[in-house]
Design a protein around this ligand. Structure first.
Ligand code: BMA
Length: 823
């Protein structure tokens, strides 16, 4: 087979303009204009408006391809487009080859008759998605008034990542272009079409079946198929050959398999399967797959609390810990593997074992899933539908079947693939969202046809082993109480959208909470990167244009007023918003981990951003960590401890998510704000593997009279597999604590891999936040308590550190704590 990659040497122009600009795939209208400095950064100030106006244009890409005669003498010549976004017309030497309308599909187009030896002209015209959605008319009786929050009306008419039209965290940037590889392929022999890998696990062995499908045409007697199977260390385990047939099956038996486990539960060894087509001893086509030997599914079964939703890996039910993941950038050609690697490492630092790839985004590259395989990060993969109605036209049906087939076949072998989920929140919407109730019944019927018939049938046809879930949240489908607390997964938004206090998380014993979240401002340095000094007020036009959830700045201020004092500066507000966010999510996660057994998972909303914005993300667009990141590293650790205060009573809990029983100690303390230890009670306990344990509680009521604003409850935890941890909470809202200014001593010394920073305070200092004034760096821990007695040591890592010329880490280090926001 001959493959001619066509990513280089393109030219792009806005239709109607004279000038062609150089381009290289992956590229888009906006990425090329930016690269050639023909437009300004869409993320700067209010540039979103002018960028959106550019997306009203059509644009065209063209290049020449020089072919020799032998290329064209092959039996088949195809143009393969892995990503055309979205409304494309492809011309070869002036003749229309195809029209496309789905950015998630791979198009394989037979073009032999249009090509000739010598120079050929390839030309792809993209129509404006904005003009299309504005001028599209649904069939009579299928008109919809639904517009997802922050989005443009009509985004659902196109098979294009929905959040490109904007979301309640997303810029409206409906770009267009060649966003994935494009090539010409010529071959005489049959092409390898699909390889299906099926695992059957028995006691200490795995039977692996490799089903190889090739094209029917072009096969000859003497053609061979060969399958090789390699161990995780690269050693060849077995190799089989068979005479070519369109469908061939190979079987392998692995005794004492090295099993793949998610992060925190074991190793992630990857075996490799390689399938080769040979003619006359020469390799003609080859596919290679890294696979993990494991069983992985979701148990949705009746039990004493209703119906479970529990991830089960290699027979072990686990408490899933993770977050929701959105597209890494709103300009898709800028989604580089390095960005994905950073986010995956971020998830690992937060001790996660799962990411939910949310349905308003896209299916990432193979490289992304390979990284997840290696990292032990399970992927909950939504199909690409979110919060909207969808009109089931014949063209729409053809597209969604094809995009599902393409991506299921591409991704089904990955060890990380946990489940396929039909959509985000659409079952809930049809069940009880007010605006959906006024929508036509025909669209409700379309919902059932798409998500309960067409898509599950398509997924099952191509992937027999991965769990399918109709929607998130759901109780199993049929628009039957999808948000039930007792059945399936739940999205819980009363804290945040409903402005309920954090303690409301504790009212519910969900089976699996797959979305809940709380917004915070991005780092001040990130705010400075998209604003001018005069914009730096949260109600300025520029700041509001980087806040896509209508009432959200008010929501942040409302929670702030319940918990903290008025901070007076934007810096103080940014810091407190991040502390609030961390507190909120910690309340939820700790509660659900205490319910382990009944509740079996937590995925907070959201890990990342796709542009610089105020949002629910734990890490901002410029890869600066919010306080939530550092807090997640604690609340998602395999052995986690928590403090639960109920009035004057304080209780200590451990959740042991490991295979070993552990012995734990908690020192329940009352501490004066000057640091004096006023009372201490020690409790101990034994936590079984995979269990939650209450170590004991103490009622501090008799000790609080007359000084409730001058003390804080504190628990010092220690035990097997546990880092020594301090947890603390006041008996009154933080705003009423009578915190005094403290002096925080810092000692910095170089150690291997960075600097060691030792901190001491001469009184209680909550939420100590370390930063670098004009630099960037990562700390081993952050946003912690100094109790006025014990010192805390953290590391500033050299990896990723950037400091302004001529300055040292010591000069740059800033330390903020809660009382710094007192006016
Ligand atoms: C959920 C998500 C997203 C949204 C988020 C915050 O509904 O599925 O659609 O961005 O809440 O509102």
């Amino acid at each position: 087979m001959k493959k001619l990659l066509l990513n280089e040497n393109w030219r792009m122009r806005v239709c109607g303009e004279a000038e062609w600009l150089p381009a290289r795939v992956p590229c888009s209208l906006i990425s090329v204009l930016l690269e050639q400095k023909r437009t300004q950064d869409p993320y700067w100030r209010c540039n979103e408006e002018q960028t959106l106006a550019l997306c009203r244009n059509d644009c065209e890409f063209c290049r020449t391809v020089t072919l020799d005669a032998s290329f064209l003498q092959q039996r088949a010549v195809e143009l393969v487009c892995e990503g055309l976004d979205t409304l494309a017309e492809i011309f070869v030497n002036g003749t229309l080859l195809a029209k496309t309308s789905d950015m998630h599909r791979t198009y394989r187009l037979n073009c032999k008759s249009l090509l000739h030896a010598g120079k050929n002209e390839l030309h792809i015209l993209f129509h404006s998605p904005v003009e299309y959605i504005e001028n599209y008319h649904p069939a009579e009786g299928r008109e919809s008034k639904i517009v997802p929050s922050g989005s443009m009306a009509g985004g659902h008419y196109l098979r294009k990542a929905q959040s490109m039209f904007g979301w309640d965290w997303g810029i409206q940037l409906p770009d267009m272009g060649i966003w994935r590889d494009i090539w010409l392929e010529a071959h005489d022999e049959p092409r390898l079409e699909g390889v299906e890998l099926l695992q059957e696990h028995t006691e200490n062995a795995v039977k692996l079946t490799v089903n190889v499908q090739t094209e029917q045409a072009g096969g000859q007697a003497g053609d061979l198929l060969m399958t090789s199977f390699f161990a995780p260390d690269g050693a060849l385990l077995e190799q089989w050959q068979a005479a070519w047939q369109p469908e061939t099956q190979f079987r392998f038996l692995v005794q004492s398999p090295q099993l793949w486990w998610p992060n925190g539960y074991g190793e992630h060894p990857l075996y490799r399967v390689e399938v080769t087509l040979l003619r006359g001893g020469e390799e003609q086509d080859r596919r290679s797959y890294s696979i993990g030997l494991r069983t992985l599914t979701v148990l949705h079964e009746p039990d004493e609390w209703g119906k479970s939703f529990a991830v089960c890996v290699n027979g072990l039910k686990i408490f899933t810990r993770g977050a929701n993941y959105i597209p890494e950038d709103a300009i898709y050609p800028n989604i580089a593997p390095a960005k994905q690697q950073f986010l995956i490492e971020t998830a690992l630092k937060e001790n996660m074992d799962c990411l939910r790839l949310w349905g308003g985004g896209y299916f990432p590259s193979d490289a992304f899933y390979e990284m997840c395989d290696r990292a032990g990060l399970m992927v909950w993969q939504d199909l690409l539908f979110a919060c909207d109605t969808f009109e089931l036209t014949p063209e729409f049906e053809e597209n969604i079947i094809a995009e599902t087939r393409d991506n299921v076949c591409r991704l089904r072998h990955h060890a990380c693939l946990l489940l396929w989920c039909g959509n985000n929140e659409i079952e809930s919407a049809w069940s009880h969202w007010g605006d959906f109730q006024a929508e036509p019944a025909t669209l409700r019927a379309d919902y059932i046809k798409i998500f309960e018939y067409i898509l599950p049938r398509t997924v099952r046809e191509f992937d027999k082993q991965t769990f399918y879930w109709a929607s998130s949240p759901s109780s199993g489908g049929c628009i039957c109480d999808p948000d039930a607390e007792t059945d399936g997964d739940v999205h819980y938004w009363d804290v945040w959208h409903g402005r309920k206090p954090f303690t409301d998380y504790r009212k519910y014993k969900f089976r699996f909470c797959s979305e809940f979240g709380f917004q915070a401002f991005p780092s001040m340095k990130t705010i400075c990167a998209f604003t001018k000094p005069q914009d730096r007020n949260i109600f300025s036009k520029v700041m509001e244009s980087h806040q896509k959830n209508g009432s959200a700045n008010g929501t942040i201020l409302s929670y702030l007023s319940e918990n903290f004092r008025y901070p007076g500066t934007l810096e103080g507000l940014v810091y407190l918003s991040q502390v609030l966010q961390g507190m909120a999510i910690k309340y939820g996660v700790e509660h659900w981990r205490r319910q382990r057994g009944q509740c079996m998972g937590s995925l907070f909303w959201q890990l990342n951003d796709n542009w610089p914005v105020v949002s629910w993300a734990a890490v901002d667009y410029l890869h600066r960590y919010k306080a939530l990141h550092y807090m997640a590293a604690h609340f998602y650790v395999p052995v986690a401890c928590s403090l639960l205060r109920d009035g004057t009573k304080v209780a200590a809990y451990v959740q042991n998510e490991t295979a070993a029983a552990g012995h734990y100690q908690a020192k329940l303390r009352l501490r004066g704000l000057d640091g004096t230890l006023l009372d201490e009670t020690i409790v101990t306990g034994e936590a079984a593997p995979y269990s939650a344990l209450s170590l004991g509680e103490k009622d501090f009521a008799p000790l609080l009279s007359g000084r409730v604003e001058q003390v804080i409850a504190e628990i010092a935890f220690s035990g097997d597999g546990l880092q020594d941890t301090l947890e603390a909470e006041p008996f009154v809202p933080y705003k009423h604590l009578e915190l005094k200014k403290v002096a925080i001593q810092k000692q910095i010394q170089p150690v291997s891999g960075g600097w060691q920073i030792t901190l001491n305070a001469d009184g209680v200092a909550p939420f100590v936040w370390l930063d670098l004034a004009d630099g960037d760096g990562e700390f081993s821990d952050n946003c912690f308590l100094l109790n006025g007695q014990e010192s805390k040591t953290v590391q500033l890592k050299t990896a990723g550190l950037s400091l302004p010329e001529g300055s040292t880490a010591e000069q740059q280090l800033t330390v903020t704590c809660l009382q710094d926001t007192y006016l």
